[in-house]
Design a binder for this molecule. Structure first.
Ligand code: BES
Ligand code: MN
Ligand code: MN
Length: 464
């Protein structure tokens, strides 16, 4: 008890230093999807490895992969204690549209209690609060309360192929009793939540070709195939205005939810519908009206267009019919579905729905499975208790629409509960301009993680 107070005091007293360190790390533009940032990704890996060594981890190393490196650290403090595997990602999303940032995306800036920078919430800020919690245990109690393994990747935003291979090849090395991931958000600042489910993702590119070359739209308009238009027709056939996806195999593969969860979705006690409208700045929600918003985000599949490339979009007018067009399209899938199998279903639907006179090719860019954990595992309950003790409010268990493909792999390969305890907030605008992380969430988050670690010990408490 006394030791918990001392740890929290240590965390408060050192928060400014933690934030300064975070700012140093955030300034490294570790964008994993852009090859020109390869060295930055590597530098961000080195930075955090050094930090882990400084904190006192006896083992910390960079693991080379065919893609971006993994960072691994381990501290086996006591064979009688359980082991916790902590995962996070040190890569970040690209910054475009850069002109919409109020401060440069890689110049961490504090404004009104938030730290603004790409990666502030997703996921460097959240990794840093975990490191702060670990440091507090080491400095105050002289040792970690449980055995800790840390595995950080630099490819999460690029599909995470390297870590997936590593986890499959090294299950013994990663063996743990539970996994902790701080890479999600809470439902509200005053309402802690734990994530019980994530959707899977299938990210594709659909390329359409029409004529052998661009054509004059006067000479050929009316007789020429138009790949951009055909792509639009295809997309609207794949998902109608009502939000219904027309992939028959998919429709019949959606798993059922439990009665309690359905009731929670229907009753919407947290007024999610209104909150979503406010967050997005819209007056009404899109999508499948027959399902409550939380079900649409947590369980229902969706198909979204990320961008369409082709034709003429520069200044002025140019009367041309493009010869080709490309769309980036992804599907979010409920837990239980195998995205690579869904790819086959999508490909079939595309071939069937594609307007005649075009050649279409669908490419699977990356795929990751969804995740669901029923809210009963002891590690999850320990997380709930930790949140309650710091936030003074009982957390809710909720599914999340985003994806962390490695979460389901940990669950499958290591066969242990995965705790998704994130400290982001819905308005952090991750992946978008002006990403931020709340300093108050950082403060509460590090205390919650420190408290959580203490709850994992078995048998005799560590002295402190
Ligand atoms: N941290 C997010 C996942 C997330 C998003 C959790 C929103 C909670 C709310 C993660 O970094 C992410 O962006 N995942 C990608 C995965 C994809 C690139 C395979 C995603 O969901 O798009
Ligand atoms: Mn993330
Ligand atoms: Mn992300």
């Amino acid at each position: 008890m006394t030791s918990a107070i001392t740890r929290n005091k240590y965390l408060d007293d050192n928060q400014n230093r933690f934030i300064e360190q975070l700012m140093e790390w955030l300034a490294i533009p570790s964008i994993s999807t852009l090859s020109e940032h390869k060295d930055d990704v590597r530098n961000a890996a080195d930075w955090v490895r050094n930090r882990l060594a400084e904190i006192g981890f006896p083992t910390s190393r960079i693991i080379a992969t065919t893609g971006h490196p993994l960072v691994f650290a381990e501290w086996q403090v006591d064979d009688r204690q359980p082991a916790l595997l902590i995962y996070g990602h040190y890569d970040v999303q690209p910054v475009d549209p850069i002109e919409q940032w109020n401060s440069p995306p890689f110049q961490p800036t504090i404004r009104a209690g938030n730290i603004y920078c790409r990666g502030a919430s997703d996921d460097k800020g959240q990794i840093m609060l975990v490191l702060a919690a670990l440091e507090a245990w080491i400095k105050v109690d002289g040792a970690l309360p449980v055995n800790i393994k840390i595995l950080l990747e630099g490819e999460e935003e690029a599909g995470g192929a390297s870590i997936a291979a590593y986890v499959q090849e090294n299950p013994e090395h990663l063996r743990a009793d539970a996994v902790l991931i701080c890479d999600t958000h809470m439902v509200r600042a005053d309402q802690p939540s734990l994530v019980t489910g994530l959707r899977g993702v299938l990210y594709t590119e659909i390329a359409v070709t029409g004529a052998k070359t661009d054509l004059h739209s006067g000479s050929y308009g009316g007789v020429a195939p138009n790949p951009i238009h055909a792509l639009c027709v295809l997309i609207s056939r794949l998902k109608g205005e009502d939000g219904v996806i027309h992939i028959p195999e998919l429709a019949s593969a959606i798993p059922a939810a439990g009665a309690a969860e359905k009731l929670f979705w229907q009753e919407d006690p947290l007024h999610i519908e209104k909150a979503l409208c406010t967050e997005m700045g819209v007056t009404e929600l899109a999508g499948e009206k027959d399902y409550p918003p939380l079900e649409r985000i947590g369980l229902r599949p969706t198909l979204e267009v990320h961008g369409i490339r082709g034709g003429f979009t520069a200044e002025g007018a140019k009367t041309v019919i493009p010869a080709s067009a490309v769309a980036k399209i992804s599907l979010r899938l409920p837990a239980g579905l195998e995205p690579n199998e869904v790819f086959g279903w999508l490909d079939k639907a595309v071939q069937r729905h594609m307007p005649a006179g075009h050649i279409v090719q669908v490419t699977n860019l990356h795929a990751g499975k969804g995740f669901y954990i029923p809210p009963g595992a002891p590690a999850l309950l320990a997380a709930a208790d930790a949140l309650e003790s710091i936030y003074g409010k009982t957390p809710v268990f909720m599914r999340e629409g985003g994806s962390i493909p490695i979460a389901s792999l940990f669950n499958e390969v290591l066969n242990v509960p995965v705790v998704l305890m994130g400290f982001g907030l819905p308005d952090d605008t991750i992946h978008a301009p002006n990403e931020k992380f709340s300093l108050e969430q950082f403060r509460k988050g590090m205390k919650t993680v420190a408290d959580f670690l203490g709850r994992l010990t078995c048998g005799q408490e560590h002295a402190g």
